[in-house]
Design a protein around this ligand. Structure first.
Ligand SMILES: Nc1ncnc2c1ncn2[C@@H]1O[C@H](COP(=O)(O)OP(=O)(O)O)[C@@H](O)[C@H]1O
Ligand SMILES: [Mg+2]
Length: 503
C-alpha cells in the first residue's frame, strides 16, 4: 500500500467526553504509540542502510512521537461544507471589509477593518450602490454631527464641489465659509440684509420662455402655500388656494419685481379685475376666502419679521463661490417663526441653485429638526429632494433623533407619511450615538439589524454607524487639529464666564 502522506488530526475535543469515549480514546492512543514505536524501529533499521534520498529529514513522516503532536491514525475525509455568510463569518473571521472604494473625500477609519473610509454620494449613485445621493445624519447633541458635516463640506470643496447651507440657526458655519473663501449672508437684528423669497433666480440656459415662467410660478405658489400652512398650522382649503393663486397672478402681471407685501395687499383687497378671471369667484368672495390667509402671511411682512422678506433683495447670491451660508442666529422667536424664516431663506437660495449645469453641490440642512416639525416645509423639502437629483445636488439632513420624524402630525396624517418618505429618500443614513431610550426607535425607523443596533450605545464622539445602501460600517471620523479648531462649537461655551464679554 502506498504510504498515505496526508496527516490530519482532530484539534478540538469536547470537554464533555463520556467515560466510554475516554476509554476508547486511551485504547486508540496506546495503539498509536505501539504503531509509532514499530515504525520508528523500522525507520532506524532503514536509516542504518545508506540512504539514496539526499534531502534532509525535517519531520518524521508520521509526525513526532509525543503527546499532543497532532497525530492521527486514519486520514480525515470531510464532505464539502456549505453555510450562510453569518456562520462562515464566525468560522472564518479573518475577512476584512473592502470599504466603498477610494472615490470622494476621506472621512475616517473603519472601526471593524481598520482601513480608511472614503465617501462620494455621486460616484456611489452612478455605480448603483445608492438609489439617491441624499444623506441623513442623526445623533444626540455634542456627538460630532456638525463636525462631520463641516469636514465633508470643506474636504469636498477641495475636490471641486460647492457647498450651500440654506439655514444656519447657530451661525456656526460662518467661520468655515470665511476660511474656504465663501460668503455668509446674515439675516436678522443688526443687519440690513433683506431677501425676496419670490425672486425667480438665475435662468438656466436653454429653457424656453413658457417653461421658465411655469417653473417660477410653480415655485412661488409652492413657497407661499408652505408659508401660509406653517403660519396657519393647517392645510389650505380649496378656496384659499384659489385666493392665493389669484393674488399671486395679479402681482406677477402688474409688478416687475413681485414681493410678499404686494401679495398680502392683493389678498386683503383683491383688484377689481381679479374677480373676472375664470373660476376666480367674485371680488367679495375672494376677499372673504383669502382673509385668514392674508393675516397669516402678513406676519412675514409686518410684525416680528418686518424688514427681512418684505421687499426686493438687498444681497446677491453668487453661486460660483465655494460655500454660501445663511446665518440665522440673529432670528429669535418660536420654532415656528424660525421655520418660516428658514423656508423663505432656503427657497431663495434653492431658486439660485436650480441650474443643472452648475456642477455637483452639497446642500446641508444643519439643525433641520426645526424644519421637519412643520408639515408644510417637510412636503416642500421632499419635493426639493426629488428634484435635486437632476441638478447634481446631494442633500444632507442633520437631525437629533429619529423620533423627530414621528413628532410630525398625528399617526394617520399624510405629514407623518411624508416625514418617513423623506427618510426613505436618503439612501445614506449615518447614526451617531442616540439619547437614552432612542435606540429602539432608530432601529425600527432605519430597519437596522440587531448587530447594527447593538453598536449604537457604544459609539463615542465622532463615531457613527454608516448605512450606505445595503451596507453598514462603523466609522470613526478623523478630523485634523486645524479642522477641530475651526469647527469647534464648544469654544463659545468654554470662553463663557460670568460677566465675560466673550459672547
Ligand atoms: N471626530 C471628532 N474628533 C474629535 N473631536 C470631535 C469630533 N467630532 C466632534 N468633536 C468635538 O465635539 C464638539 C461638538 O461637536 P458638534 O459637531 O458641534 O456636535 P453636534 O453637532 O452633534 O451637536 C466639537 O466642537 C469637537 O470639539
Ligand atoms: Mg451641531
Amino acid at each position: 500500500m502506498a504510504n498515505p502522506r496526508v496527516h490530519t488530526s482532530v484539534i478540538y475535543t469536547s470537554p464533555q467526553r463520556g467515560r466510554a469515549r475516554r476509554r476508547e480514546q486511551r485504547a486508540l492512543r496506546r495503539a498509536t504509540k505501539a504503531l509509532a514505536a514499530q515504525r520508528e524501529s523500522q525507520e532506524s533499521t532503514e536509516s542504518q542502510k545508506p540512504s539514496r534520498d539526499p534531502r534532509p529529514s525535517m519531520l518524521p513522516a508520521l509526525g513526532e512521537n509525543r503527546p499532543e503532536a497532532l497525530r492521527q491514525l486514519r486520514t480525515l475525509s470531510l464532505p464539502a461544507h456549505r453555510a450562510t455568510s453569518d456562520v462562515l463569518a464566525g468560522a472564518y473571521p479573518f475577512l476584512a471589509e473592502a470599504g466603498l472604494g477610494e472615490a470622494g473625500v476621506f472621512i475616517g477609519q473603519d472601526a471593524w477593518s481598520g482601513g480608511g473610509f472614503c465617501f462620494d454620494p455621486w460616484v456611489l449613485y452612478q455605480n448603483g450602490v445608492l438609489t439617491n445621493p441624499n444623506c441623513l445624519l442623526a445623533g444626540a447633541v455634542g456627538k460630532g454631527k456638525s463636525c462631520l458635516a463641516k469636514s465633508i463640506a470643506t474636504r469636498s470643496i477641495a475636490l471641486g464641489r460647492r457647498v450651500y447651507v440654506p439655514g444656519d440657526p447657530k451661525g456656526e458655519w460662518t467661520a468655515v465659509a470665511k476660511q474656504v473663501g465663501g460668503a455668509t449672508i446674515a439675516l436678522g437684528a443688526g443687519t440690513r440684509n433683506r431677501l425676496n423669497p419670490l425672486d425667480p433666480g438665475p435662468r438656466p440656459a436653454g429653457v424656453a420662455d413658457e417653461e421658465w415662467l411655469a417653473t417660477v410660478a410653480m415655485r412661488r405658489r409652492t413657497l407661499l402655500g408652505s408659508l401660509a400652512e406653517s403660519a396657519l398650522g393647517r392645510p389650505l382649503s380649496a378656496v384659499e388656494h384659489t385666493s392665493l393663486d389669484t393674488a399671486l397672478g395679479t402681482v406677477v402681471s402688474t409688478d416687475d419685481v413681485p414681493t410678499l407685501p404686494r401679495v398680502v395687499e392683493h389678498l386683503l383687497s383683491p383688484a377689481p379685475s381679479s374677480g373676472h378671471e375664470p373660476g376666480g369667484g367674485s371680488v367679495a368672495e375672494l376677499t372673504r376666502d383669502g382673509r385668514e390667509l392674508a393675516h397669516a402671511l402678513r406676519r412675514l411682512v409686518a410684525g416680528d419679521l418686518a424688514g427681512l422678506f418684505d421687499g426686493p433683495s438687498t444681497v446677491g447670491f453668487d453661486p460660483d463661490l465655494p460655500m454660501v451660508t445663511l446665518d440665522l442666529s440673529r432670528i429669535h422667536g418660536s420654532d415656528q417663526l424660525t421655520a418660516m424664516v428658514m423656508t423663505c431663506a432656503s427657497a431663495w437660495m434653492e431658486a439660485a441653485l436650480t441650474d443643472p449645469d452648475a456642477g455637483q453641490r452639497w446642500i446641508i440642512y444643519d439643525e433641520a429638526w426645526r424644519l421637519i416639525r412643520q408639515p408644510a416645509l417637510l412636503a416642500r423639502m421632499q419635493a426639493q429632494w426629488k428634484l435635486s437629483r437632476g441638478y447634481g445636488i446631494a442633500n444632507l439632513l442633520v437631525i437629533h433623533r429619529l423620533s423627530d420624524l414621528d413628532a410630525v402630525g398625528d399617526a394617520s396624517s399624510g405629514a407623518r407619511a411624508i416625514a418617513h418618505g423623506l427618510l426613505a429618500d436618503c439612501a445614506t443614513k449615518i447614526v451617531y450615538q442616540q439619547e437614552p431610550g432612542e435606540t429602539p426607535h432608530a432601529t425600527k425607523s432605519l430597519g437596522l439589524t440587531s448587530t447594527e443596533a447593538a453598536q449604537l450605545p457604544d459609539l463615542r464622539q465622532g463615531e457613527g454607524l454608516w448605512h450606505v445602501g445595503q451596507r453598514a460600517f462603523i466609522i470613526r471620523h478623523l478630523a485634523t487639529d486645524a479642522e477641530l479648531e475651526l469647527f469647534d462649537t464648544n469654544a463659545r461655551m468654554r470662553t463663557r464666564s460670568p460677566g465675560s464679554a466673550a459672547l
